[in-house]
Design a protein around this ligand. Structure first.
Ligand code: IPE
Ligand code: IPE
Ligand code: MG
Length: 239
């Protein structure tokens, strides 16, 4: 194997990231939490570009969890506004060859945001470059519950034999249908937990926790996490 092939093999196909630490970043600077989210959104775009450059094929970023509705209304509004701007910007830049997918329950989102999401997904569906999945109003448990409800309905309608429900079928009933499981999950901000992110999909994902706050996260941090990942021995239960 050539060096180049070797290097390529060590780049994860799918990187998941919990974009955490925006609030603390703002607090350190005496700024409102929304300023941290704004900076965090810029970093998200930069990191997606870097992932594309180094050959990562899928990035999944945790933007807003099912539990984040507990936050003050003005903070929730600020995050939703940033998503609106991101989507409007994305719709203008169709040339970037990025496929955009949203993971999570959409019905509780503002109708205009739901429409923007649909437009962005539809207009980017044929793009062949990196796939960027934004986890928005996403919860790993809620996702599994929804998948199970869909299958239970099919069974109740006589269209599915419960004995035929297997891991593949449940996996195809989730928001991440058709997307390979993450190889690497990065959580900055010093917290060492997954906070309801991709519970089903991360059964064998490698975790890297970093002390940096998300708004300070740079492509060099991503490279460092990938270096750690490349040294891991993934066994998937084998030897
Ligand atoms: C992550 O940053 C962004 C969201 C959860 C939407 P936080 O807002 O959680 O920042 P900290 O953890 O309070 O610093
Ligand atoms: C996880 O961060 C959710 C996102 C980054 C979108 P939180 O800040 O909500 O997680 P906890 O509350 O520290 O577990
Ligand atoms: Mg947080």
């Amino acid at each position: 194997m050539s060096n180049e092939q070797m290097e390529h093999r060590l780049v994860p196909t799918h990187v998941a990231v919990i974009m955490d630490g925006n609030g603390r970043w703002a607090k350190q600077r005496g700024l409102p939490r929304s300023a941290g989210h704004k900076q965090g959104a810029k970093v998200f775009e930069k990191i997606c570009d870097h992932c594309q450059k180094i050959g990562v094929q899928y990035v999944t970023a945790y933007a807003f969890s099912t539990e984040n509705w507990k936050r003050p209304q003005n903070e929730v509004d600020a995050i939703m506004d940033l998503l609106r701007s991101y989507l409007q910007e994305t719709l203008k830049q169709a040339k970037r060859n990025v496929r955009l997918i949203f993971l999570g329950e959409r019905a509780p989102l503002a109708p205009d945001l739901q429409r923007l999401i649909e437009q962005a997904e539809e207009s980017s569906a044929q793009n062949t470059g990196i796939t960027v999945c934004v986890a928005l109003n996403y919860g790993g448990r809620a996702e599994i519950v929804h998948g199970v409800q869909k299958l239970a309905q099919l069974a109740a309608d006589g269209e599915l034999n419960p004995a035929c429900i297997d891991e593949a079928l449940l996996g195809q009933s989730l928001y991440t249908k058709g997307i390979p499981d993450p190889d690497l999950m990065i959580r900055p901000s010093g917290e060492c937990r997954i906070s309801n992110f991709l519970l089903w999909q991360m059964a064998y994902t490698e975790f890297v926790f970093l002390d940096v706050l998300w708004p300070d996260f740079t492509p060099a941090h991503l490279d460092r996490a990938i270096d750690q990942y490349a040294k891991r021995n993934r066994r998937f239960g084998g030897i």
